[in-house]
Design a protein around this ligand. Structure first.
Ligand SMILES: [Zn+2]
Length: 432
């Protein structure tokens, strides 16, 4: 079976719900074709059938629904996919988008609708991937406007918003307006870590059906690495455990020697903490490694974008009007630099966060060993070291260290300067 949901690892319940919704959406289109008038999506009717059971999202479309048999039961126009990083929020959203565009209404994975959606080239599927720290109102307004147009393929206009938790307040309001008064053939698919008000506004959440994804079990992650990526079973098994359920991270660890090296450096931290000086050195090393990793990941994109923009703007032109054009160009280049800087900051934070998650895994291993809990270690390759730590620190000391790592993540998320947060963490890890 290799339809569009095949890569959604360990999320059986969500897949069942999405298949049902896709079938309902196809029924709406068929009913619309028979009536020669497109049927409205009815958020309320659909929601009362969903497991999230949000009767609170009876929108204007729902109020306008006619009685009798509703072909759209099971389908609704706004969805939120929630789950921990790497659980497959955006994979789920893209697969569902493909199923909506599938000519068979199933997400067969073979038809042009499925293939162009999965390939990112479908004309009626807009994908918002925020590169910076937030999605601005300008971007959102333009998106909402385009999403209101009639689908050129005759099915649905689908808007996928990855990291919807990074919407600015103004952008969130622009989106809310569209979700409150949805165009008849437009579907919004939002991805966010959770439905906590910090991640997604209560009003947006109340208009959406929630599809919760869970952290996929390591076995399921390993299986997909073997099947889809052709990775050797033992490597896949190790990477899946080390990545703690993060599918993309597991694949990188299995394939990229640099990623493995960075992880090893992070896991060497606990045995290097021999004094105050060493703690500060470890903090510097961690920060600089994150900066280097981030730079490597964005430099190519930066250069390509700048060259493309300069070409588009006709840089180096000498004809009449070139001077005026260059004045406008300076503004656009400045805008691009701003966007790139924001993206670089995001990439640094993401890299640092990955390192902290690895480190947290190590102290979690020490804690479970100190408690003699019957669970497999996260990092099989440093299990002996974690065992030694467990003996030295006992459960309480291991827990305190684990908490120091988690507190560091929380501090950085709350905009504490990363270096300050990491230095505080290293001192806490050393002192215990
Ligand atoms: Zn298809």
């Amino acid at each position: 079976m290799s339809d569009v949901f095949a890569d959604l690892v360990g999320q059986d319940e969500a897949v069942v719900e999405l298949r049902r919704a896709a079938a309902a959406a196809a029924a709406v289109l068929r009913a619309g074709a028979a009536d020669r008038a497109p049927a409205l999506l009815t958020a309320g009717a659909a929601d009362s059938a969903g497991p999230a059971g949000a009767a609170d999202s009876l929108g204007p479309a729902g109020a306008a629904a006619s009685g009798g048999v509703d072909p759209s039961a099971g389908m609704t126009h706004a969805w939120i996919f929630t789950g921990p990083p790497g659980s497959g929020r955006s994979v789920a959203a893209r697969a569902f988008a493909a199923a909506l565009q599938c000519v068979h209404g199933t997400g067969c994975g073979e038809c042009p609708g499925c293939r162009t959606t999965m390939g990112g080239t479908h004309a009626d599927v807009r994908l918002v991937v925020p590169e910076g720290l937030s999605i601005g109102v300008g971007e959102m307004r333009a998106l909402v406007l385009r999403a209101a147009s009639t689908p050129s393929g005759g099915r649905w206009q689908v808007v996928v918003i990855e990291d919807a938790d990074r919407l600015t307040e103004a952008a969130g309001n622009a989106l809310l307006k569209a979700i409150e008064e949805p165009p008849p053939r437009t579907v919004f698919l939002l991805c966010a870590p959770s439905t906590h008000p910090d991640d997604i506004s209560v009003t947006i959440r109340s208009r959406c059906r929630v599809v919760p994804l869970r952290q996929p079990p390591a076995d399921a992650v390993a299986e997909v690495l073997v099947r889809r990526d052709g990775i050797a079973p033992d490597v896949a098994q190790w990477a899946a455990a080390a990545a703690q359920g993060h599918v993309g991270r597991a694949r990188r660890l299995a394939r990229d020697p640099e990623a493995r090296k960075r992880r090893e450096a992070v896991l060497a931290v606990p045995r290097r903490l021999t004094g105050v000086g060493a703690a500060f050195d470890a903090a510097s090393a961690l920060i600089e490694a994150a900066e280097a990793e981030a730079e490597a990941s964005v430099t190519d994109a930066d250069t390509t974008e700048r060259a493309a923009l300069e070409t588009a703007l006709g840089a180096g032109g000498t004809g009449r009007g070139a001077a005026g054009a260059m004045r406008g160009a300076a503004g656009q280049l400045k805008e691009l630099e701003k966007r790139q800087k924001s993206r670089a900051t995001r990439a640094q934070r993401d890299a640092l966060d990955r390192a902290l998650v690895d480190l947290a895994g190590f102290y979690r291993d020490a804690l479970t060993m100190a408690l003699r809990a019957p669970v497999a270690p996260v990092h099989t390759d440093t299990a002996a070291l974690a065992g030694a730590g467990a003996q030295k620190w006992d459960a309480e000391g291991s827990l305190r260290r684990l908490e120091a790592v988690l507190a560091c993540r929380a501090a950085i998320e709350a905009n504490v300067k990363p270096r300050i947060a990491v230095e505080a963490m290293m001192l806490a890890l050393w002192k215990g």
